[in-house]
Design a protein around this ligand. Structure first.
Ligand code: FAD
Ligand code: SF4
Length: 406
């Protein structure tokens, strides 16, 4: 279930049994690590903490002007640039592109603003971010910002005490359904009319995949329902099918997009609101710095609709394909577009859309882990919040029904 986070490429491999999110107690370690990092575990009596993790504050946010070439408006890149400028950190672990392959991640230690800006934009495959940790130590870096996804951050938090740092800040992104670089090739081949042209893509809140081309202007949109789901099951890595940290629980600040209502087909991702989760005091320090730039536009979060029926519907459709009980039936583009428009009107919006996606991924991954490892080992791997979702009145019956199918 390795997510190729890079830890095992360093001498911290000696700590892998206590650090890896996919060995032994796996992602259930998040519960204790939340206490270590944020001073408390998430409040399971509070619905939004179950879904989004420990937080002090959430907001919709964007930068005007944004950072050209960034994934969205460049909130993550700008945080890193401002922290370097302010002397809060000496270096930033981030992900540039491989010189030979723009879409292949190349983790680096950025010491200058230019190097941070070069890392803007998502390289949508598994990235060994932790492989640079030994170099961080060798270069004598004491104040570090780490940018990464949940599995990387869990391993980082587990070895943090051995790194000899005076200050560690962590800015995370949401992350789900990632995979190896080879799988990305297959995904683009079956999804895009021009696979060689795609630079960025996102599964958007309008039920379409938006693929931004390398020219930075053209955006190809394909409704989810037009994708051949049965050809895509091996595109996602086993680690990501076993992952229960979509929200990056152990970062100080997390930036994503799925919690924001879709602003319409005429607003490109690069001008669209993102959303941020500020988890703790260090997160507040980072956010106050970003507010000081006066380029940050913030709005209160909103939500609309009820996700539960949509979650159940998506879960059964996808799980039946996984089980081979149903054939994936990609719709013609025009019907897919009509369906996407209808769902966008009647479906959950804002934080409720994010909760739809989060609940669905917890349940789908639980079914897959259960079938691969059995209940006892699966239960050992799960953080408490995931158990709460699986056992909730909303989903208990549907989970039991899918388990009974195979
Ligand atoms: P930018 O300013 O463009 O900065 C992007 C940062 O991402 C860079 O600092 C770079 O170091 C880092 N990065 C690039 N590639 C990788 C990689 N492979 N692994 C780790 N870090 C990387 N948001 C959601 O709401 N839902 C999702 O399902 C979701 N999936 C994601 C999957 C991946 C692999 C990644 C990296 C991000 C994902 N995000 C997701 C977050 C979202 O795509 C944006 O990254 C986020 O909104 C920040 O946008 P930005 O313009 O501020 O980022
Ligand atoms: Fe890591 Fe989970 Fe993202 Fe996969 S989905 S790369 S395991 S955080």
């Amino acid at each position: 279930m390795c997510s190729r986070c890079g830890l095992c490429d360093t001498y911290y491999v000696a700590k892998v049994k206590e650090a890896c999110g996919f060995i032994g107690d796996g992602m259930s370690r998040i519960d204790q690590l939340e206490e270590q990092v944020h001073g408390r575990q998430r409040d399971l009596g509070e619905a939004d903490e179950v879904t989004f993790g420990v937080h002090e504050h959430m907001s919709f946010c964007k930068l005007t002007p944004g950072v050209e070439g960034a994934q969205w408006t460049g909130v993550v890149t700008t945080i890193a640039v401002e922290m370097l400028r302010a002397g809060m950190v000496e270096a930033v672990v981030c992900v540039q592109s491989d010189p030979e392959d723009e879409l292949k991640p190349k983790p680096c230690i950025a010491m200058t603003e230019e190097e941070v800006i070069e890392a803007r934009g998502v390289k949508p495959s598994l990235s060994p971010n932790l492989e640079v940790l030994a170099e961080v130590e060798a270069r004598g870096i004491k104040k570090l910002l780490f940018i990464g996804v949940g599995c990387q951050v869990q391993a980082l938090r587990s070895v943090e005490k051995y790194l000899g740092l005076d200050e560690l800040y962590v800015v995370g992104t949401n992350c789900t359904d990632n995979g190896p670089r080879e799988g990305l090739e297959k995904f683009l081949q079956v999804t895009s009319a021009n696979p060689d042209q795609v630079k960025h893509y996102e599964f958007m809140q309008d039920y379409r995949v938006h693929m931004m081309y390398k020219d930075g202007v053209t955006v190809e949109k394909v409704p989810y329902f037009c994708l051949p789901a049965d050809q895509l099951t091996d595109v996602i890595a086993t680690s990501c099918y076993s992952c229960f940290d979509y929200v990056n629980s152990l970062a100080d600040v997390v930036v994503g997009y799925m919690g924001v209502p879709f602003e319409g087909p005429d607003v490109p991702m690069t001008k669209h609101f993102q959303y941020a989760t500020i988890r703790n005091e260090k997160g507040r320090e980072i956010w106050d710095l970003l507010r000081g730039t006066e380029r940050l536009v913030e709005e209160p979060t909103t939500r609309e609709g009820a996700r539960q029926d949509f979650v159940k519907q998506t879960l059964v459709t996808d799980d039946d394909v996984q089980l081979g009980r149903a054939k994936s039936n990609p719709l013609p583009l025009w019907i897919g577009n009509i369906l996407a428009d209808v769902l966008e009107k009647i479906g959950p919006k804002g934080l409720e859309f994010a909760a739809y996606s989060l609940d669905y991924h917890v349940l789908r991954n639980y079914l897959l882990v259960y079938r691969r490892l059995g209940r006892e080992k699966a239960w050992r791997h799960l953080p408490a919040y995931a158990k709460k979702i699986i056992e909730s009145e909303d989903y208990e019956a549907i989970v039991a029904k899918q388990i009974a199918k195979g």
